[in-house]
Design a protein around this ligand. Structure first.
Ligand code: CP
Ligand code: NVA
Length: 308
């Protein structure tokens, strides 16, 4: 997505330029403030979901309805992506009925196929690799609570998963430094790190990796965590609980960050695992604003892809 040509899809934060990302976030803030009047009457979004969802499903549905468009949900059983029907054929058929697709699936390649063989915009509503709509909401929340994004530092504690990957790209593109504490075996992939280091070199941000959560949160404006076992990894749960045992975000860890630092979590949270009981309800927690912001950022994405 760029500000120069009309974007076709939103599959990864890496599809955006820093300018495109900033424009999208400004547009999201304008929707939130009631200053944006784009409407999508007569347009239909299909949600094609292979994994469960509360926030993504509801916020996309409500976003389309508030923009005067329509939205329909296709469950895993109905779709059978690549099982009941070839991904290519699903893309071609849905392109004849609806105006855009928001897809929650496992492999990022499924999105690429839908984008290649369909003739309508495809939005990543979470894959194993990325959760770009979440990263937009994360950064908007950071702006609202801590100013920025330039000169801020975010500390991510836990699994270098889909949320971490998208957030790594979004923060470093915009000049927010990214610190991550993960155990060996669950760290950022080298090619993602290299890409983010490129963004950081241009924006003035830094990227820092450690195994020590205490070291990561030092001087951070935000402490971010996500589940240790993502959807689709359930068989690894026992192994992961052991690996991440020292990575719980507690009130004490939050207090070791910069005074006024906020807590972010994409939700759903597992209380007593990656976040200690009660920590989500501390005054520092911005997680429900973050969840609300999914609605505003997705309106900006939909308007950008569908208007005209
Ligand atoms: N954060 C998020 O994407 O939540 P859901 O899985 O409930 O959609
Ligand atoms: N990493 C989590 C995010 C859920 C919104 C998962 O993929 O299950």
């Amino acid at each position: 997505m760029t500000t120069i040509t009309k974007p076709k899809h939103f599959l990864s934060i890496a599809d955006l330029t820093p300018e495109g990302l900033t424009t999208l976030l400004q547009r999201a803030a304008a929707f939130k403030a009631g200053r944006e009047s784009t409407r999508l009457a007569g347009r239909t979004l299909a949600l094609l979901f292979e994994k469960p969802s509360l926030r993504t499903r509801v916020s996309f549905h409500v976003a389309m309805r508030q923009l005067e468009g329509d939205c329909l949900y296709l469950s895993p059983e109905e779709v059978g992506l690549g099982k009941r029907e070839a991904v290519r054929d699903i893309a071609a058929v849905l392109s004849r009925y609806v105006d855009a697709l928001a897809v929650r699936t496992f492999a990022q390649e499924n999105l690429d196929l839908l984008a290649r063989y369909g003739s309508i915009p495809v939005i990543n509503a979470l894959t194993d690799d990325e959760h770009p709509c979440q990263a937009l909401a994360d950064v908007l929340t950071l702006w609202e609570r801590r100013g920025g994004p330039r000169g801020l530092t975010l500390a991510y504690i836990g699994d270098a998963n889909n949320c971490a990957n998208s957030l790594l790209y979004a923060t470093t593109m915009l000049g927010t430094s990214f610190r991550i504490a993960s155990p060996v075996g669950y760290q950022l992939q080298p090619e993602r790190l290299r890409k983010a280091q490129g963004y950081a070199a241009r924006s003035g941000a830094t990227v820092f990796l450690t195994e020590d959560p205490g070291e990561a949160v030092r001087g951070a404006d935000a402490v971010y965590t996500d589940v240790w076992t993502s959807m689709g990894q359930e068989r690894e749960q026992a192994l992961r609980q052991e690996a991440f045992a020292g990575y719980q975000v507690t009130a004490a860890l939050l207090a070791a960050a910069k005074p006024g630092a906020i807590l972010l979590h994409p939700l759903p949270a597992h209380h007593g695992e990656e976040v200690a009981e009660g920590v989500l309800y501390l005054p520092a927690s911005a997680v429900f604003d973050q969840a609300e912001n999914r609605l505003h950022v997705q309106k900006a994405v939909l308007a950008t892809l569908l208007e005209g």
